[in-house]
Design a protein around this ligand. Sequence first.
Ligand SMILES: [Zn+2]
Length: 224
Amino acid sequence: MYPFTLPSGRTCAIRELTGVEEELLTNTRLLRTGTAINQILRNCLVQLDEKTELTPTDVLDLLDGDRHFLLIKLRQVSLGDEVSLSLVCPHPACQATNAIQVNLEDLPVTPYPPEREFTITLPGSGRTVRFGHLDGHKEVRLAALPDADMTHGMLIRILDIDGNAPNKKTVVEMSLKDRQALREAMKAVDGDIDTTVNTTCQRCGTPIKTKVEAHQDFFFPGSR
Ligand SMILES: [Zn+2]
């Protein structure tokens, strides 16, 4: 068992991944809907706060940043801290392969603030928006939308606008200034582990920006 404190401040313990979870990680259909990740978290979380028998709801209740953090920690306890990436240069004329090492233990973690609800007065319209964090329930709903976009990403976190239930129209018709302010307010209270890899191509200098977990080498090192 490996104990951790999550970005939300909750405590947990996880066990290593087995072949059962490896099968889930290769099931593209279950990955797309979020089912695979939820099942993996449920399998591998052996304790959350004081609880040891976790239900599917316990896993969905986890905040987005905690879930992301757990995925990285599951990789660390199962396969080690070091990830070797082979990044292909995005410049069409180059396409050189760049070998990069990432130590997952070095990734910066941003903790969540203690509050779970926030209020912002929008700078343009003067409207008051109450919003919360993204969690597993909302992630599943977003994954099920055929056209999930930036508007849905904001809408799903809004509790009310001037005391009224939000709808897509209200968020779409907001001025860019208000949408920008709302996006920034949401981002400012998000906890997470930053898995961004920023580097430049060794051959041509083109910037390469990616997420460490987006690569095959993350869960399946040396499989190519
Ligand atoms: Zn290049």
